[in-house]
Structures are given as C-alpha cells and as structure tokens.
Design a protein around this ligand. Structure first.
Ligand code: HEM
Length: 232
C-alpha cells in the first residue's frame, strides 16, 4: 500500500514527461512535413526549379559551412525526433496496458477511442515502413526506376509514372495515414499541452483537421499530377 502511494506521483510525472516528449517531437516532425510538402510543390514550376531547390538543400549555409552540413544536422534532428516520438508512444502504450491488466469490456471503451488508438498505432507502423521505402526510393535510389544517376525531378516523375501505379498507391495510402495521424496527433497534443478549454474546443479541432487536410492534399498533389500527366 505504501509503495503505491509513493510511486504514484512519480509515474504521473513521468507520463506527463513522455507526453511532452511526444508533443515536442511531433511538433518538429510537423514542421518538417510542412517544409517538405512546400518544397515538393516546386515540381509545378518545372524541372529546373525543382532540381535547383534540391541542390540548395545540400548547399544551405555555404560557404560559411561545408557542403551538406546543415542538411546533415537537419537529418540528425529528424532521426532524433522520429526515435523520441516512437519511444514515447511505445512506452505510453505499454504503461497504459500494464495499468489495465484486464481488457476493457467493449461497451466501456467508446468506438471513437478504439478507432483513434488503432489509427495511431497501426498508422504509425505503416508510416514507419513507408519512410524506409521512401528513403530507398527517393534518397538512396535503390528502388527508383530512374536509376542512380537520375536528377530529383526524374526520380519523382519516373517513380510515379502510370506503370508504377502500385508505388503511387502505396504513397497515397501512406500520405492518408500521415493525414489521419496528424489530425488526431495535433488534437491530442493540444490536450496534453493543456491548451484545450470548453470554449476553444471546436476551434482547436478545426485547426488540427485543417492542418492535416492541407498537408495531405499538398503531398497527394505531386503523385497525382505525375500519374495524370500534369507533370511529365
Ligand atoms: C507523396 C509525396 C512525396 C514526395 C513526392 C516526396 C519526395 C521526396 C524526395 C524527392 C526526396 C529526396 C530529396 C532530395 O534528396 O533532394 C524526399 C526525401 C524525404 N522524404 Fe519525401 N516525399 C513525399 C512524401 C513524404 C512523406 C509523407 C514523408 C514523411 C512521412 C516524407 C519523408 C521524407 C524524408 C524523411 C526524406 C529524407 C530527407 C533527407 O534526409 O534529405 N516524404 N522526399
């Protein structure tokens, strides 16, 4: 009995800490997604602009810092954010399970709650698998049909060519998962950060859904434009 009384506040604090890690790392990933989406939309300006942007990513900060320094720092930050996000999510989920050794009777757990948990958990796994594929496709050019010497524009255009419809389909599913993850994740972060009040409830929900909608449509625009011949 005594042990429980002492341990409870510590567990509580650390759960809040893990939620904060999740919210902050999620925030970093949202910023990356917005930047990446805006950068991708440059494809509508043509090959030269898009490849120039990809080149700029590698030469940012030159000549003050050597080639690729800032991009490498950004990549390290991204990896740290992804690991922190997955670690806090897993450890919060395990803790929730330990705290509830007997499964909820289905009527106790609302439909919406179960849906959100499933979307976040399995959606997160699909997104992680997608990122591995995406890096092999667009960054390391291991699976991209354009080959190793291709420019960034060629990778995108050949990657989403109509005959590679199954790759495009995988991207579309993954981007929709990212959108759902973002909608629920942003909403949860508002809650965890204590920003939600009965008065701003609807507004914050609207902000979370609008952000997710813009990011989803912005990312989908590129593969669809290539598949339907608007970009070639
Ligand atoms: C569906 C539309 C998308 C397109 C057309 C696209 C395109 C690209 C391209 C061309 C690169 C290589 C950039 C370069 O090396 O210059 C890249 C890198 C990357 N993309 Fe995407 N991407 C898309 C969606 C996403 C999504 C939804 C995510 C995350 C969930 C993502 C995460 C990344 C990451 C982590 C990198 C590596 C960044 C780096 O270290 O340089 N991408 N993407």
């Amino acid at each position: 009995m005594r042990a429980v009384a002492i341990a409870k506040p510590a567990i509580y604090r650390s759960t809040v800490g893990k939620k904060a890690v999740m919210a902050v790392s999620g925030g970093v990933l949202v910023l990356f997604l917005i930047g990446h989406m805006v950068g991708n939309l440059k494809i509508f300006y043509g090959a030269e602009d898009f490849d120039h942007y990809a080149h700029w990513l590698r030469t940012m900060g030159e000549p003050a810092v050597p080639y690729r320094t800032l991009l490498t720092l950004l990549e390290v930050g991204l990896v740290v954010a992804v690991v922190a996000h997955m670690w806090s999510a897993t450890s919060l989920a395990l803790r929730a399970r330990r705290a509830r050794p007997v499964k909820y009777a289905s009527r106790k757990k609302s439909h919406a709650q179960g849906y959100a948990t499933h979307t976040m958990r399995y959606g997160g796994v699909i997104i992680a698998l997608f990122i591995v594929w995406h890096l092999l496709d667009m960054t390391f050019l291991v699976v991209n049909p354009a080959g190793r010497e291709a420019t960034p524009y060629e990778r995108v255009v050949q990657g989403f060519a109509p005959e590679n419809w199954y790759v495009t389909l995988f991207y579309v599913v993954a981007v929709i998962m990212v959108g759902l993850h973002l909608a629920h994740g942003t909403w949860s972060a508002f809650n965890s950060l204590g920003l939600r009040t009965p008065r701003n409830n609807r507004t914050l929900r609207g902000v979370a859904f609008a952000l997710a909608g813009v990011v989803t449509l912005g990312f989908l625009a590129v593969p669809f434009a290539v598949t339907f011949g608007l970009v070639s």
